[in-house]
Ligand binder design. Structure first.
Ligand code: ASP
Length: 431
């Protein structure tokens, strides 16, 4: 296995995981065996990646901001980053709406299937709806209020509070720029070294990636729900996946036009992160690898990756917003509702906001979908319709979420002259 590129190793791990689970599924004890003896290794792998996320964001953001050395550059970079994130998200929702309105997947669901789906997944959907309830009851400025932690340790103790950690790191970085250099130098050096250690830890974790994804996929296969209902949702799934593929095409085009890097270059550089996003369904767990790939293989300087990517992993979820748009219209169609143009425009706004509010963990997009449904007047019970197929779609949308962050960091880097040229990159990769 030594000479194989990492993405091939990960792909093989995924493939063997699926085959292994399919083989074991033939035995009555197979699924318990996978649950008891294989799945824990997948969980350990994800835990290790998540473990790295907070210290990585912390160290790399502080180091990145300190290296920018001036506040106006920081605010320009921040403005461009947020602007590009918003634009790509609105494009994603629009693509989702266009596809779902052309294909009309909801019309393939007859009343019988609808009732069957609702009956089977009512309980699961109810759980998501009550999770969303908490968010819905919050006031309009709650998200802003939540941005500022009361206590750093409390914020850092929960991966769901990534934005609070980012807030502290940016604030700390700004403080660091503003103090005299002789005082800030040792602090910057400390975080520089700290960051190196974290990057090495990621390298070490990635040695286990093929085995980790093997375990994750094997567990997913044995836990997959009934296939009949799965097939009823094929057109809906087609719309989501097709839309997501268009979105990847859009990224490749952006990268090609604005940075002159070919689609092959981008895909080859990002493949391990994309495969990991697919296997873990979590942008947060994938973040350490995304950062490493974007920096070392796409050639984005670390001042940009360390700023743009942690923010992107938390707020920029193009795949999620596209999926929310498709799912909302699909559910409306399945209930025989005709959504007006105004309602669909409303979906653009709510899906954009809901994707920003979605946590970077498996299934988060579905919780926030409840809010999109509520705003558009679509029955929330419809969530049960799409439950059966949500996990595979979550895996696909997470790939797009991660790819979108990488695209924006390349564009931001290019606009600041911080994208390494190919020769420098090749030289670094061979040394
Ligand atoms: N799993 C997605 C992510 O981590 C979020 C979601 O759409 O559920 O990016």
């Amino acid at each position: 296995m030594k000479k194989l590129a990492l993405h091939w190793k990960i792909l093989l791990g995924m493939l063997f995981g699926v085959l292994f689970a399919l083989a074991l599924n033939q035995f009555s004890w197979g699924s318990k065996f996978v649950g008891d003896w294989v799945k824990p290794f997948g969980n350990i792998f994800i835990n290790a990646l998540k473990l790295i996320a907070v210290p990585l964001i912390f160290a790399s953001l502080i180091k990145g901001i300190a290296e920018l050395k001036d506040i106006s550059k920081l605010s320009r970079m921040g403005g461009r980053t947020i602007g590009l994130y918003l634009i790509t998200t609105v494009v994603a929702v629009s693509i989702g709406l266009a596809v779902v309105n052309i294909v009309n997947p909801g019309n393939t669901i007859n009343e019988n299937t609808r009732n069957q789906l609702i009956e089977s997944y009512q309980g699961d959907a109810g759980q998501k709806i009550s999770e969303a309830e908490k968010q819905k009851n919050a006031g309009p400025l709650q998200a802003l209020e939540d941005l500022v932690p009361q206590n750093l340790m409390a914020a850092a103790s929960n991966n769901g509070n990534m934005l609070q950690v980012i807030f502290f790191a940016i604030f700390f970085g700004i403080g660091l720029i503003l103090i005299p250099e002789e005082k800030s130098k040792p602090v910057v050096q400390f975080f520089d070294g700290f960051n190196e250690v974290i990057l090495k830890m990621i390298d070490l974790i990635m040695l286990a990636a093929p085995y980790g994804v093997f375990a994750l996929l094997a567990a997913l296969v044995v836990e997959a729900p009934s296939q009949d209902l799965f097939f009823a949702l094929l057109w809906y799934a087609f719309c989501v996946v097709f839309g997501l593929m268009l979105m990847i095409g859009f990224y490749l085009l952006l990268v090609w036009i604005f940075t002159k890097r070919t689609p092959i270059f981008f895909l080859k550089g990002m493949a391990p992160a994309q495969l990991l996003a697919f296997s873990t369904s979590s942008s947060a767990a994938t973040l350490p690898v995304t950062m490493e790939r974007v920096e070392k293989h796409l050639g984005v300087e670390d001042d940009v990756t360390s700023f743009v990517l942690p923010i992107g992993a938390t707020v920029n979820m193009d795949g999620t917003s596209l999926y929310q748009a498709v799912a909302a219209v699909f559910i409306a169609q399945a209930f025989g509702m005709d959504l007006s143009l105004t309602a669909q425009l409303g979906i653009i706004v709510t899906a954009t906001l809901a994707s920003i509010g979605s946590a970077a963990v498996p299934g988060a997009g579905m919780v926030m979908l409840v809010i999109v449904l509520g705003q558009a007047g679509i029955p929330e019970a419809g969530l049960a319709l799409i439950f059966a197929i949500d996990r595979p779609l979550d895996m696909c949308r997470t790939v797009v979420n991660v790819s979108g962050d990488a695209t924006v960091s390349m564009l931001v880097a290019k606009s600041f002259g911080l994208l390494k040229d190919k020769d420098k990159l090749n030289q670094e990769l061979t040394t």
